[in-house]
Design a protein around this ligand. Structure first.
Ligand SMILES: Cc1cc2nc3c(=O)[nH]c(=O)nc-3n(C[C@H](O)[C@H](O)[C@H](O)COP(=O)(O)O)c2cc1C
Length: 184
């Protein structure tokens, strides 16, 4: 381990992250990539947590290919994270579900994420119908919950003069990390 670098990439992420909006890339079994923004709810020793439908495009891709990458952009900086993704325990998804506004709960309940819909009106009709049919608490639908990405690679990119940028890559190595500087 090179002493020039921190031995704690997660700590570095937590110290520098000033946004919860991240790009999440997944790929189908045959390697066709897709990317979209998601809200990062937590980044801790257990992994990088986000919530979504388990049955939309990203959910289907993660079911057949549980590898993903997260990309964060901040002024003059970029953080890349790559690893394996697993569903979180249902009880944890339930706990987070309970904190969500009713409107978000209804939308998540009625949305077949990533499927076509006839019109905006149809979407709103289904929402209103569900709202009326469920005046009390709304249970978490089985198709919605959290995933954690457990990193095996981090890369911290920082702008430097003359485009001679810093790129420091961490690769999981047993209990620790192999750290290398990459060429810009
Ligand atoms: C700023 C922002 C935050 C978003 N956060 C989430 C999120 O946390 N979960 C989610 O499922 N979709 C989120 N979306 C919508 C996704 O980008 C995407 O449209 C949706 O998840 C369907 O993606 P898929 O078809 O690849 O599964 C967000 C979009 C934006 C622009």
């Amino acid at each position: 381990m090179n002493n020039e670098y921190s031995s704690d990439p997660l700590g570095q992420v937590r110290a520098s992250l000033d946004t919860d909006v991240v790009a999440l890339a997944t790929a189908s079994a045959d390697g066709a990539p897709s990317v979209r923004m998601v809200l990062l709810k937590e980044a801790d020793e257990r992994g990088f947590l986000f919530f979504t439908s388990y049955e939309g495009r990203k959910g289907r891709e993660l079911a057949e290919n549980p590898r993903a990458a997260i990309l964060v952009h901040m002024p003059g900086r970029q953080i890349r994270v790559e690893g394996r993704v697993t569903k979180i325990p249902e009880s944890e998804s339930d706990d987070y579900w309970a904190t969500r506004p009713r409107g978000s709960q209804i939308a998540a309940s009625v949305s077949n994420q990533s499927e076509p819909v006839e019109s905006r009106e149809e979407l709103e009709r289904v929402y209103a119908e569900f709202d009326t049919a469920h005046p009390a608490e709304i249970p978490r639908p089985a198709h919605w919950g959290g995933y954690r990405l457990v990193p095996d690679v981090y890369e911290f990119w920082e702008h430097r003069d003359n485009r001679l940028h810093d790129r420091i890559r961490y690769r999981r190595d047993g209990e620790g990390w192999t750290v290398e500087r990459l060429q810009p």
